[in-house]
Design a protein around this ligand. Structure first.
Ligand SMILES: [Zn+2]
Length: 405
């Protein structure tokens, strides 16, 4: 990581420093020609007031980004609010009924067995929150968001409870947890509070309940506890969100006074009073940025590096090393380009031209000058890595390249 920290005397100062760093990061990402999004993110272990991430778009990225084209929402899934999908109101509440569901433990198995829409099911997951078991209810096709869970409890540690704990609080084998008669605190996702006549585990091995309604259990808390899903309602504008994958290549944090307090970092203000310093923290992962750029610019011939980032901007390839004129002109062009401040590599290996071309494309040199038979007529070829080659006169070659940069 490339790290930076700012130290200010108050929050207004931090806001100014943060904006300067943020703008500099944006300029860096733009100059790298990265395709990226800036997203709101969880402050996580760093803590503090605000966290924003620079996420390079890439299908194999490990982060899920929630984007809305209508309002420009751009958020890490970890912190993106999810709006409940409202179930249609049903007039009659069914009776709570215990049904045998042998060998059906996973939600898919129970859905198959009972032939009901997965949206009529509620999953109950037992979490270990700072050492205390808590049962969390979400609709059958939803996932619990552990960051939201951690924030709700102000907890340090949130993880799925171990099998022993699950068996203890449900009094049943794994796979049959439900809200009715559960032996620990029970909380539910807001969406579940809008559901009627649903199916849950029965806290009894081999059984589920149908006709479950809120009269049958007491939830200690109702809150947004689930991950938003691709195609869900946008929490900002009511449009539809879509997902993208991202590689986090940079982040900026407003840390506030968290670490100043921890380290007792203070200064004397104009009234001779000790005050805590306001901190910001900023990081870029250069190796991650390179990896993301390679992902975004790869083709069947290798990497097409952006021209400001390529190891060399121009490659000069000599077609025939036996031709003294070709060798001489290639060397002359090499020296002139170098003198003009262009980063240039001369391929004077005893290889076939095809091999040299392939290697220069593989490495990702953005432009190639080919010095071949044309030198007899005073010509060389100039070719971008992607695109057609043009003939230029030997005299103009350096100027033509300079124009490209
Ligand atoms: Zn929106």
């Amino acid at each position: 990581m490339k790290d930076a920290y700012t130290f200010d005397k108050d929050e207004a100062g931090l806001d100014v420093s943060y904006q300067k760093q943020f703008n500099a990061y944006k300029n860096i990402m733009d100059r790298l020609h990265l395709e990226y999004r800036i997203v709101r993110a969880d402050t996580g272990v760093m803590g503090g007031l605000l966290s924003e991430e620079f996420q390079a778009l890439a299908p194999l990225g490990e982060d899920i980004l929630v984007l809305c084209d209508d309002c420009g929402l751009s958020s890490n899934i970890e912190v993106c609010a999810a709006k409940p999908e409202l179930a249609s109101v049903e007039d009659t509440l069914e009776e709570l009924t215990l049904v045998e569901t042998p060998n059906s433990r996973t939600i898919e198995e129970v859905v198959d067995f009972l032939h009901r829409d997965v949206k009529k099911f509620v999953k109950t997951l037992i979490y270990n929150i700072d050492g205390t078991p808590v049962a969390v209810m979400v609709r059958g096709d939803r996932d619990v968001n552990e960051v939201k869970l951690r924030k709700l409890y102000g907890a340090a540690n949130v993880e799925l409870a171990d099998p022993e704990t699950v068996v203890k609080v449900t009094n049943a084998d794994i796979g049959f947890a439900g809200p009715v008669g559960i032996g620990c605190e029970l909380i539910m996702d807001e969406e579940v509070s809008h559901m009627y006549n649903f199916v849950t585990g029965a806290n009894k091995t081999g059984y589920h309940y149908t006709g479950v309604n809120q009269r049958d259990f007491t939830a200690a808390k109702v809150a947004d506890l689930r991950n938003i899903q691709d195609g869900d309602i946008c929490p900002v504008c009511g449009g539809r969100v879509h997902f993208a994958h991202g590689i986090e290549v940079g982040n900026t944090f407003k840390l506030g006074t968290k670490y100043a307090k921890a380290l007792d970092l203070q200064y004397l203000d104009s009234n001779n009073q000790l005050q805590y310093v306001w901190m910001g923290s900023y990081g870029i992962g250069p190796a991650r940025a390179m990896a993301a750029l390679a992902e975004q610019n790869v083709d069947e011939n290798g990497i097409n590096w952006p021209k400001d980032l390529a190891p060399y901007q121009v490659a000069i390839v000599i077609i025939s090393m036996k031709d003294e004129q070709q060798v001489a002109i290639a060397n002359k062009l090499h020296d002139e380009l170098q003198a003009a401040g262009i980063e240039v590599i001369l391929d004077d290996r005893e290889e076939r031209p095809g091999v040299k071309f392939k290697d220069m494309e593989l490495i990702g040199i953005p432009y190639r000058i080919t010095v071949g038979r044309g030198v007899k007529d005073g010509k060389v070829e100039l070719k971008p890595r992607i695109g057609e080659s043009v003939e230029v006169s030997i005299e103009d070659a350096v100027n033509e390249v300079k124009k490209l940069f």
